[in-house]
Design a protein around this ligand. Structure first.
Ligand SMILES: Cc1cc2nc3c(=O)[nH]c(=O)nc-3n(C[C@H](O)[C@H](O)[C@H](O)COP(=O)(O)OP(=O)(O)OC[C@H]3O[C@@H](n4cnc5c(N)ncnc54)[C@H](O)[C@@H]3O)c2cc1C
Length: 471
């Protein structure tokens, strides 16, 4: 006999576990199925453990620059095993936190690999091969994604790493090649650079962090080069061979010159592949695009009763997007089940912020200046540098700027782009403004506390309208 539920959530990442909590709040009898670790990639192998590593890198960097603050730090060094152990402990703490949340919300956790046998039917196979059946009115697919390999070289965990290997290094890379300059590639490049490796980043497109505004890419490239990294944009790795002592990469640079280069290790960060295989989607004829499940703005697939959220669906592939979809999706399910008190709203991709926790940090929401112009907007652009902000000077963090892009006719904030210290904490101010559809006047009339980095957000808006105060 199958256990009966209102909802089964397949996968317990930030999409799945948040969906399960919201479902429980709405009174749905809920089960969650997970084959590896509660919390998914985000808590165990993604967002959180990388931030723990990056924090160690940041502290080391600051210790090395102690003199700048009138301090002495002698014998500064690092113990890689302890740095990694701290990161794993942080991940474990959060994984246990999710276990507690499932218990508190009376969500049944089933450890094992799930397979959807039909609408409302799911089989779980545990690690001993034992099978059990669940049934539910609704199933949410939240199975996430995994690292994409190069077509000509598979990650071996020794010399060629994916993010999973890079998170638990057995040894410190001496000369590190990072292929791909999206958020994951750049964060690892930044961490290992701070830890003392010689880092080379190869990006196929003509600039690093290519989803960001052109000015941000240029400023980040300048900063990373100043920190000692080699940045090769418009370049491609055409072949990669792992040997006993390192890797040999055939790299074609932006001018078309091909060279063989040797590195001790390589991190491949060229994107992700959705976990859509072997879970029963083909038989149900669930529609996908490049493997990612197609959904509407309420996370419905083309098959009634099957829903999908997070990395397994369309981009952006971010934890907060997955969680937010989890909430929207469950509220839409509850509404379908007759709950009149929920009012799910459709996801607006334009208002999803993106952050890269490299050094200096990068954060943005909305359109780049180029995209806004291409979309036909007449724009007003403001830019304010960290060097013009008292708190930034006091912190010794004068690198970077905040850029805002407004529609010249309506005053709508089309996009905000930041690079510098703590910008990943600042971006939410603009995100709230965008969500609330504030215009330039609202930002200008808002009082920002002094002294804070957030004052630069005010100044950037003032700059767009010719009213900047401190430059
Ligand atoms: C190194 C790295 C750093 C990142 N940093 C950030 C960041 O700073 N900010 C940010 O927003 N995003 C970040 N991300 C992306 C973020 O981790 C993902 O967007 C997020 O985890 C997606 O959540 P999800 O719930 O869709 O899937 P996942 O977190 O991938 O979870 C899916 C879960 O489903 C399980 N599963 C899959 N198939 C089955 C099955 N058949 N049966 C049972 N269980 C199954 C998996 O084991 C997994 O636990 C990072 C990713 C990486 C790799």
């Amino acid at each position: 006999m199958a256990d009966n539920y209102d909802l089964i959530v397949l996968g317990s990442g930030p999409g799945g576990y948040v969906a399960a909590i919201r479902a429980s709040q709405l009174g749905l009898k809920t089960a969650i199925v997970e084959r590896e670790s509660l919390g998914g990639i985000c808590l165990n192998w993604g967002c959180i453990p990388t931030k723990a590593l990056l924090r160690s890198g940041e502290v080391l960097h600051n210790m090395k620059h102690a003199e700048k603050y009138g301090l002495k730090a002698e014998g500064v060094g690092m113990d890689l095993d302890k740095v990694v152990a701290r990161s794993r402990a942080v991940a474990k703490q959060l994984n246990q936190g999710v276990t507690g949340l499932m218990k508190k919300n009376k969500i049944d956790v089933h450890m094992g690999t799930g397979h959807i046998d039909g609408v409302g039917k799911l089989t779980i196979t545990d690690d001993k091969g034992k099978k059990s059946q669940l049934a539910a009115k609704h199933i949410i697919v939240a199975t996430g994604a995994r690292a994409r390999d190069l077509p000509f070289a598979k990650a071996d965990g020794e010399r060629i790493w994916t993010y999973r290997h890079a998170m638990v290094p057995k040894e410190m890379p001496k000369d590190l090649l990072v292929i791909g300059s999206g958020a994951i590639g750049i964060e690892f490049a930044s961490f290992y650079n701070d830890m003392g490796a010689n880092v080379t980043v190869v990006e196929m497109l003509d600039r690093i962090v290519p989803v960001e505004d052109d000015d941000i890419s240029a400023e980040l490239a300048k900063s990373l080069k100043k920190q000692g990294m080699e940045i090769m944009a418009g370049a491609g790795v055409e072949d990669l061979k792992a040997g006993k002592s390192g890797v040999t990469a055939k790299i074609k640079d932006a001018k078309g010159k091909v060279e063989e280069r040797k590195f001790s290790h390589c991190i491949v960060a060229i994107g992700i592949l959705p976990n859509t295989e072997n879970i029963g989607l083909d038989k149900l004829k669930v529609k996908t695009t490049k493997g990612h499940i197609d959904t509407d703005a309420m996370c419905r697939t083309n098959v009634k009763g099957i829903w999908a959220i997070g990395d397994v669906t369309a981009p952006p592939w971010l934890a907060h997007k997955a969680s937010h979809e989890g909430i929207i999706c469950v509220e839409a399910i509850a509404q379908e089940m007759g709950n009149k008190d929920v009012h799910p709203h459709a996801m607006d991709v334009k208002n999803i912020p993106g952050c890269t926790y490299c050094h200096p940090q990068v954060a943005s929401v909305g359109m780049t200046e180029k995209a806004a112009k291409e979309a036909g907007h007449k724009v007003k652009v403001g830019k304010f540098p960290f060097i013009g902000n008292g708190k930034a000077i006091a912190l010794g963090e004068t690198e970077g700027f905040i850029k805002t892009v407004f529609d010249a006719e309506t005053g709508e904030l089309l996009g905000a782009h930041m690079i510098g210290a703590e910008v990943t904490e600042l971006i939410q101010g603009y995100t709230v403004g965008k969500q609330a559809e504030l215009v330039e006047e609202d930002f200008m009339n808002t009082v920002f506390p002094h002294p804070t980095l957030s004052e630069m957000m005010h100044e950037s808006v003032l700059a767009a309208y010719g009213r900047v105060l401190h430059i």
